[in-house]
Ligand binder design. Structure first.
Ligand SMILES: NC(=O)c1ccc[n+]([C@@H]2O[C@H](COP(=O)([O-])OP(=O)(O)OC[C@H]3O[C@@H](n4cnc5c(N)ncnc54)[C@H](O)[C@@H]3O)[C@@H](O)[C@H]2O)c1
Length: 214
């Protein structure tokens, strides 16, 4: 059984992760950390093998470092932080970060990269709920990075949205639109559970992107 702790356990994503871990028969939910629950991450590190972090852009790096130093693996979903700032921490914990854990979003990024080879002019519109703290989204930034070149990103924040993205490519007399919609946070859970199972076997760290685990 993999002992899993959740950082941000009282949040929208954290609650969904807790339910998914409790429903998985090879995992046990061994800790919930969140200021809203009065529990610090440091208090649960001794009880877990893997921490799943869905917190805030300004805490994800410190949380990942604390996990690595404690010999605990970290699966990070929080966006808006820089995983390349990791390095040099002792302890043996591995870090995996995915800006998007939904398989459809991974496919959207791969299709966009393939399309950009033939239609180099493109722009991204990403649309999220209005409580999201960072803009542009980690998914949009990663898509633009993978597509290469100059890909402008437009961010929409409105109530009623969950997580959505359109990549629009323009050519002579034609456009191509590739769109992904997460209409429910359960869309991210198969990817999160896969990462929990695989993070301990990574041969390098940090690893960024769900495509590396598929
Ligand atoms: N990678 C993905 O697939 C994916 C999908 C959805 C959301 N996200 C990202 O996940 C993050 C969380 O989103 P959300 O909608 O659940 O936010 P949220 O505000 O609902 O939840 C964040 C929770 O983290 C807690 N928190 C803050 N600091 C903490 C700390 N130091 N230790 C532990 N907990 C702490 C807060 O109290 C809150 O309960 C955001 O960065 C969002 O962009 C990623």
């Amino acid at each position: 059984m993999i002992r899993v702790g959740v950082a941000g356990a009282a949040g929208r994503m954290g609650q969904t992760v807790c339910e998914a871990v409790e429903a998985a028969d090879d995992m046990v939910l061994a800790g919930r950390a969140d200021p809203a629950l009065g529990v610090e991450l440091a208090e649960i590190l001794g009880d877990v093998d893997v921490v799943v972090d869905f917190t805030r852009p300004d805490t994800a790096l410190d949380n990942a470092r604390a996990c690595v130093r404690a010999g605990v693996h970290a699966v990070v979903g929080t966006s808006g932080w820089d995983p390349s700032a990791l390095g040099g921490e002792d302890g043996g914990g591995k870090v995996f970060y995915a800006p998007n854990f939904a398989i459809g979003a991974v496919l959207m990024m791969q299709f966009a990269v393939a399309a950009a080879r033939h239609m180099p002019k493109a722009e991204i519109i990403e649309l999220h709920h209005d409580r999201k703290l960072d803009a542009p989204s980690g998914t949009a930034a990663r898509t633009a990075e993978l597509m290469g070149g100059d890909v402008p990103i437009h961010s929409v924040r409105l109530p009623g949205l969950v997580a959505h993205q359109e990549v629009i490519l323009g050519g002579v007399g034609q456009t191509l639109t590739i769109r992904h919609d997460s209409t429910d946070r359960t869309s991210f859970m198969p990817g999160v559970l896969l990462a929990i199972r695989k993070v301990g076997g990574l041969t390098e760290s940090p690893v960024v992107g769900l495509e590396h685990l598929l």
